[in-house]
Ligand binder design. Sequence first.
Ligand SMILES: Cc1ncc(COP(=O)(O)O)c(C=O)c1O
Length: 420
Amino acid sequence: MPDTPNGIPDAVRAGRPTVWRNPHRRPAAEILPGLAYGLAEVAAAEARWRRFDPLLARLFPDLETGRIDSDLLALRADVSAHVAGIAGAAIWVKADHDLPVTGCIKARGGVYEVLVYAETLALRAGWLRGGESYARLAEPVMRTAFGAYTVAVGSTGNLGFSVGVMARALGFAVEVHMSHDAKAWKKQRLRDLGARVVEHAGDYGSAVASARDAFAGRPDAHFVDDESSVDLFLGYAAAAFDLQRQLASANVTVDAESPLHVYLPCGVGGAPGGVTLGLKLLFGDAVRCIFVEPVAAPCMLVQLAAGLERPVSVYDIGLDNRTAADGLAVSQASLLVAGTVGALIEAVVTVEDAALFTGVRDLWERAGLRLEPSAASAFAAVAPALAALPETHRGTHVVWTTGGALLPEAEFQKALAAAA
Ligand SMILES: Cc1ncc(COP(=O)(O)O)c(C=O)c1O
């Protein structure tokens, strides 16, 4: 078969858990200056978030400061030892499973892109005048004005929810395109928000493609493109400032002697890729970003291993993209992300579904963290990384828990039971 992509380890093709050190990784100082987005763009995204603080505080009463951020939690020594498989590892949790408003990391990109659209419309139409507080956008007259516009998105669930919550709060019409395997409760939750849910027979990638076509060229609509949106990417990247501030106030040193290893669950790649860009810009090579994917859906690993010349999907190597980590069930990685941060990714770890369920149970029982299987994948990657990558024995580990707090109780119980 001349078309079979090269460079992909046999264990990955066979669906076995693997630690893949990225052979194409390069020093940050070599890659960052050549990228289309740098510190100026990420700082501008951060500044936009802050402009919206007064509006978000008004729309979501739980959000006192208007800031959508999560805590950085220190894992107890005994729990760290259990997760790492050895004593002495310093593990922190960036608790986006408990992110306010949406309970998942996708808010960092999805909410942000809706805010970009709202700001663009408002400035263009003169609804906001210079210096005026953005809290004005919460007024009923603005809801009516935004109601003439539609925000659309293709999603496995969490991006659709994040976009849906924000867009509906502002008064936009919302349309979410979902794949056949999207969970029924996720569709219902969107309908309860007032979103229109369109179901597709194919997988996540084909739902995104159909929605992109349906909304192309419509002046009264904005399509949030999970595969190729720069705004999404920069919204995620701004999270690096939050982590930097929290590490500093926890007196965690990040430098060449004491590097930071960050474990990031990866679906299409936008969330982990954006965070990687932001962290590399702030910490350079003192931070090492380790992506985590299900054994059945290692789309970023496959794309990076095969090279960026053409798109490669997990189906091309005989994998089926079926995993309990529904947020990570993506067959084809974002080429925007792979092309931008591919050389900045340290390694990709693939994990079996059984390890996700064990992670959900263990972190709940031992640390009270309420995770969905996608988020538990980050924990499942720590021990294999420590075993295969000697340099991870120095420094600090940050496990980015990407979703779970808003999982319906019955779904959470199902995940706990699956571990038994
Ligand atoms: C809980 C959770 N974690 C991680 C991700 C991965 O994000 P991305 O698809 O941007 O790589 C997702 C995506 O939906 C998710 O829902």
